[in-house]
Design a protein around this ligand. Sequence first.
Ligand code: 13P
Ligand code: SF4
Length: 336
Amino acid sequence: MVDIHTLDFEKIISKKGFLDLEVDHTLDLFVEIEKLKKEKNAIILAHYYQEPDIQDIADFIGDSLALAQKAQSTSAEMIVFAGVHFMAETAKILNPQKKVLLPDLNAGCSLSDSAPPLLFKIFKDKHPDHIVITYINCSAGMKALSDIICTSSNAQAIVESLPAEQKIIFAPDKNLGAWINKQTGRNMVLWNGACIVHEMFSFEKITKLKVRHPNAKVLAHPECEVPVLALADYIGSTSGILKYATKSDALVFIVITEAGILHQMQKDNPTKTFIPAPPNNTCACNDCPYMKLNTLEKLYLCMKYELPEVTMNEELRIAAKIPMDKMLEISASLAL
Ligand code: 13P
Ligand code: SF4
């Protein structure tokens, strides 16, 4: 067994904080992680795109809104975020006094990367009479430049909570923004960002799947492009997709989002069939390369050594919390 006091963390942790230790293969990591949870008063929050083992050991699985709400309400002293960096950062924004850990600090997000705060500030300054609504898939720096944060499950309600004549910039996801514009009849100015996973789905291949499974319901995440969304019977967040599949009488579903969600869909609905929508080439691009950086081994190591930790400048945290609080207040008032 490794003795933490003899470890040279400078060597173990690369500049981005990635733990590169060998884990004893005879350990039952499920048992060890459960022990660490109790010992450290820790909660594991996981997103539906995490690998199945991580979803199974998590205390709470949810979409971005539910995860933020859980991060806000938990009494645990340590939050272990099995998701990507912006999600763990959001938990830290809401919980400055708690230790927030992310199993792999390299777990970023292409959508978040598509909106660098410095460039966005120039764009924002060109639209002085606009309110900025920003999708939660963004950095703390972007949040600090925003008026209200939203997620895919409350974006429409948040936009509709503003007067019809209010001018709005929506960032960073142009696909979600375009879909909300269509749903609400607004004309929000869209930042040109996108998710590499959701832009990969193939319209042609999904159309062929629909022909082969004429009774299948097609469920899509709003980060997909317009032609792909046009094929869907239901469009919503990961939790929305899961709920729709569970309530529906249909037996077969084509699922157009990151394939990790199929684990929970199948668990909740063992007699139904879920077909992951194919990407437009032969790669496994319907797996988010960032989400899948987290493994059970890294989760165990991060809980054991309490590293890597997500930390934040206090001034930035306070500025980023204002639009987060607005989102949580609006969501609570609408019982979302
Ligand atoms: P949800 O909030 O729908 O879970 O979306 C998170 C995400 O990153 C989608 O790519
Ligand atoms: Fe970001 Fe896309 Fe991965 Fe979601 S699926 S975390 S939006 S890169």
